[in-house]
Write a protein that binds this ligand. Sequence first.
Ligand code: FE2
Ligand code: FE2
Length: 183
Amino acid sequence: MRVFLVNFTTVLKNIIMLSEKVDKALNKQIRIEAESSQIYLSMACWAESKGFEGVADFMFAQADEEREHMLRLLRYLIERGGNANISELSKPPANFKSPKAMFEEVLKHEIFVSDSINDLVAITFEEKDFATHNFLQWYVAEQIEEEATARTILDKINLIGDDKSGFYLFDKDVRSLIAQKPE
Ligand SMILES: [Fe+2]
Ligand SMILES: [Fe+2]
């Protein structure tokens, strides 16, 4: 009976276990989400130090969101019997030329994350891991939102141009985008 149970567990584990490729790709994405959180935390600190309080609040909220993205992946990896591997994180940039330059970096980074999610989705397809493929659809939708938000903010900044009072209103306005973000 015991032998049977051990064998049964092994068989079950083999069925539900993630492939090495998917395991590695999920761990890579976990690191990217954690690094995103660090980047936005650094941007929040920069904005705070320059007196852009609304922008700082927005970036602090973004940093929290990215940590949630990381945790959601991590919980999934553990649930599927993967090898969770918490790695070191790269140091984020600490200085930005202007809020516009900073949000240009945000958009560039979100496009990089979208590409990474797409690569990950492609791997799950190659590996016929449709459970992970399905799980990742939330991230595909989220990336559309993230890129759209960055583009909206950049459009606003471009509209303001050099108008200082316009920027004062923009700083307040950015706060409202925190509440609009879907759960
Ligand atoms: Fe993310
Ligand atoms: Fe993001």
